[in-house]
Ligand binder design. Structure first.
Ligand code: 13P
Length: 251
């Protein structure tokens, strides 16, 4: 049985004050959310603030990126061990914004996945096609290429210890959500591809949907057989909306 995960990706948003208020809001309602694991992924500089405030609560937290290197002369990078020292649980790897604006290749993403996992973090691997790729009918090829880079690097069993997030790039921050059926189709494809390597791993791996998921559409998306949660951008910056999405997991 795959337990639902609702994770907020705050991206490069917030300040000490707004994050304090957001965490207060989430903590005030999260105890009613029992059907899902709840996590927030904050900008690096706020992680210790987040760790402190969430200590002892059911809400866990993660980083939005992690270095593929363990330590050394990599100016500006943050290692998985540094994150773990603060109690970090998750690290997003391969978000489309990092692939698109920071030149992260499939190989770099696979290295980051492996580095995070070896250190003891749970990597959240983001995959997804661009609009032109969907329109030209190559969604499955794109997603398969991104997935295989990690599958070939770490193997199906290790991949299944992490989390996958299917995030069609055309749905991110656009208000244009994949329909539950469109998302389900790709989620089933991803699961089958992992299962082809190891059946139990395919069954176990959690596959989140991300891309304009909000309080209004979450329940329908989360009701699909292969959608095991959400990676939420914009709507995770409002405590009420984020909690509504987390509560939708039980519906
Ligand atoms: P939005 O929910 O703002 O579309 O962002 C999704 C996303 O990129 C989560 O990682």
């Amino acid at each position: 049985m795959r337990r639902t995960l609702i994770a907020g990706n705050w991206k490069m948003n917030g300040s000490r004050d707004s994050i304090a208020a957001l965490l207060d809001g989430i903590l005030s309602g999260v105890d009613e959310v029992s059907a899902a694991d709840v996590a927030v992924c904050a900008p690096f500089v706020y992680l210790s603030q987040v760790a402190e405030r969430l200590q002892g609560s059911v809400v866990t937290w993660g980083a939005q990126d992690v270095s593929s290197h363990a330590n050394g002369a990599f100016t500006g990078e943050i290692s998985a061990d540094m994150l773990l020292e603060f109690g970090c649980r998750y690290a997003i790897v391969g978000h489309s914004e990092r692939r698109q604006y920071h030149g992260e290749t499939d190989t770099v993403v696979a290295d980051k996945f492996a580095a995070a996992q070896v250190a003891g973090l749970i990597p959240i691997l983001c995959l997804g096609e661009q609009l032109e790729e969907r329109e030209s009918g190559v969604t499955e090829q794109v997603v398969a290429r991104q997935l295989d880079a990690v599958l070939d690097r770490v193997g199906a069993e290790a991949l299944a210890q992490g989390v996958i997030a299917y995030e069609p790039v055309w749905a991110i921050g656009t208000g244009k959500t994949a329909s539950p059926e469109q998302a389900q189709e790709v989620h089933a494809f991803i699961r089958a591809r992992v299962a082809a390597k190891a059946a139990a791993a395919g069954e176990a791996v959690r596959i989140l949907y991300g891309g304009s998921m909000n309080a209004g559409n979450a329940a329908q998306l989360l009701a699909m057989a292969d959608i095991d949660g959400g990676l939420i951008g914009g709507a995770s910056l409002k405590a009420d909306d984020f909690l509504t999405i987390a509560r939708s997991a039980a519906a």
